[in-house]
Ligand binder design. Structure first.
Ligand SMILES: CC(C)(COP(=O)(O)OP(=O)(O)OC[C@H]1O[C@@H](n2cnc3c(N)ncnc32)[C@H](O)[C@@H]1OP(=O)(O)O)[C@@H](O)C(=O)NCCC(=O)NCCS
Length: 138
């Protein structure tokens, strides 16, 4: 294995990852918009082959959303996901200014909560917080 990390990803590689983890491909123009407007993107390659990616949506103020953390099945459980999440968090930390606090939210796939708890994310609902909610428009 010859793993390298980049701060970009092509629409083709992004959709290949989506396919491989079972989320389905996005229309090319929609995927391109999503990637272009992300505050931070990280990808992992094994030589020329895409192995993983993750990205961050951030309003440049108080709220960020960690999205699309994906590792190709054959590359899972080798630390790639951890490294990419850490890099997203490090990017946001580097943006903190005096007196700021930034909340990072995410939607964990079922059964993946433990992976995110390692970084300090809290599962909702809990004693103090209600559940996350979403609405999909088509
Ligand atoms: C979830 C995912 C991103 C993890 O990436 P990964 O590269 O396989 O994870 P890592 O190798 O960095 O694992 C780091 C740690 O998390 C643990 N972990 C990995 N996958 C896990 C899972 N599904 N459930 C619980 N813990 C998990 C590992 O055991 C490891 O723990 P350790 O450090 O104590 O050994 C990857 O499995 C994946 O892409 N899954 C399919 C897509 C998906 O569900 N993404 C998350 C959407 S919210």
């Amino acid at each position: 294995m010859n793993l390298t990390y980049k701060q970009r990803i092509s629409v083709e590689d992004y959709n290949a990852l989506r396919d491989a983890v079972g989320w389905g491909r996005l229309c090319e123009d929609q995927a391109a918009q999503s990637l272009k407007n992300s505050a931070f993107v990280i990808s992992c390659y094994d030589g020329e082959k895409i192995a993983g990616a993750a990205r961050l949506i951030w309003d440049r103020g108080a709220t960020a959303y960690l999205a699309d953390v994906m590792v190709m099945p054959e590359y899972q459980r080798q630390g790639i996901g951890t490294y990419m999440v850490e890099e997203n968090i490090a990017f946001l930390k580097s943006q903190l200014r005096e007196g700021w606090r930034i909340k990072i939210v995410l939607i964990a796939a079922k059964g993946k909560e433990a992976f995110y708890e390692k970084f300090g994310f809290c599962v909702r609902p809990n004693e103090n917080a209600g559940p996350g909610m979403d609405l999909i428009l088509t």
